[in-house]
Design a protein around this ligand. Structure first.
Ligand SMILES: [Zn+2]
Length: 291
């Protein structure tokens, strides 16, 4: 299998896994990235083919080469036969494979997959919900965030990708002490599934934590580490209100806390030593449960 075929197969596999596979992949890699890489490679293949001497050369010269002439005495052997052969030998128009064909095949694969991805995406996840369902969900999220923020706030699910997601590589943004926060459609969908369908997935804890995190920013907390510590504590009650049992909600937030402390978390977001039972950031110092 050629490299170009491998690249195309790789893109197919990636898109399928991205669309139907684990949620984590969606969170880490934006869908346009493999398309961009594949496009770059196809252009590279095309340029290589275009410039390659193999496609430019004339057919091999079958007449005796200089080395043969030296060895076998063709040099100076300007007999009639040789001249005749020269006259008869008409160089054919070199047959160049058409490099555009490869590019066209590559672009067709990319375009087809792109359309497929857009269609599947538009019918699944947050975008697959009706306007009424989305409105009911954001109203619910806004009410929950308002409880944590301490004043009326609005949660919007940012479908444009301009505010959250893609480039910024974050799950939500909020104005410190403001009244509007944006969540990525994926997080909104996780929360929707929990609150309206009673379904939990691998992304449920993250959805709860992100909603609580942005709500604490709206409350006025700026520091990311402190915000996250508060969010994981508020996330227990928030998870319960959204439909989890207390045990399950606590388990998810404890797991999220452990993952946060386990490294891999951006240092700015990692909770500090005061984020513990009885620590300065314990929201319920009189209780021994943490978070
Ligand atoms: Zn934040």
């Amino acid at each position: 299998m050629g490299i170009a075929a491998l690249v195309r197969l790789g893109l197919v596999v990636f898109v399928v896994v991205w669309l139907f596979g684990p949620e984590d992949l969606r969170a880490v890699v934006p869908l346009w990235l493999p398309f961009l890489v594949a496009l770059g490679l196809e252009v590279q293949f095309f340029l290589n083919a275009w410039r390659s001497p193999a496609y430019r050369s004339t057919p091999p010269d079958r007449r005796p080469q200089e080395i043969d002439r030296e060895l076998y005495g063709w040099a100076g052997d300007d007999d009639e036969e040789d001249d005749d052969e020269d006259d008869e030998w008409v160089p054919e128009e070199p047959r160049r494979p058409w490099p555009w064909r490869g590019l066209l095949a590559g672009l067709t694969v990319i375009a087809t997959l792109g359309v497929l991805a857009v269609v599947v995406e538009s019918r699944s996840g947050w975008r697959g919900l009706s306007d009424a369902e989305q409105a009911a969900a954001t109203a619910r999220f806004s009410a929950e965030a308002s409880r944590i923020a301490g004043h009326p706030v609005e949660i919007r699910c940012d479908e444009s990708g301009e505010r959250v997601g893609f480039v910024q590589h974050t799950d939500g943004v909020a104005e410190i002490g403001g009244d509007v926060a944006y969540l990525t459609p994926d997080r909104c969908h996780e929360l929707y599934r929990l609150a309206f369908d009673g379904e939990t997935t691998g992304g449920t804890a993250r959805g709860i934590a992100v909603l609580a995190h942005e709500a604490w920013h709206l409350q006025g907390v700026r520091d990311e580490s402190t915000t996250e510590c508060y969010a994981l504590q508020s996330g227990v009650a928030l998870g319960e209100r959204l439909g989890l049992s207390e045990d399950e909600a606590r388990r998810l937030m404890r797991q999220a806390l452990a993952e946060n402390q386990g490294g891999g978390t951006n240092l700015e977001y990692r909770v500090g030593p005061e984020c513990r039972d009885g620590g300065n950031l314990d929201l319920n110092p009189d209780r021994s449960d943490f978070p």
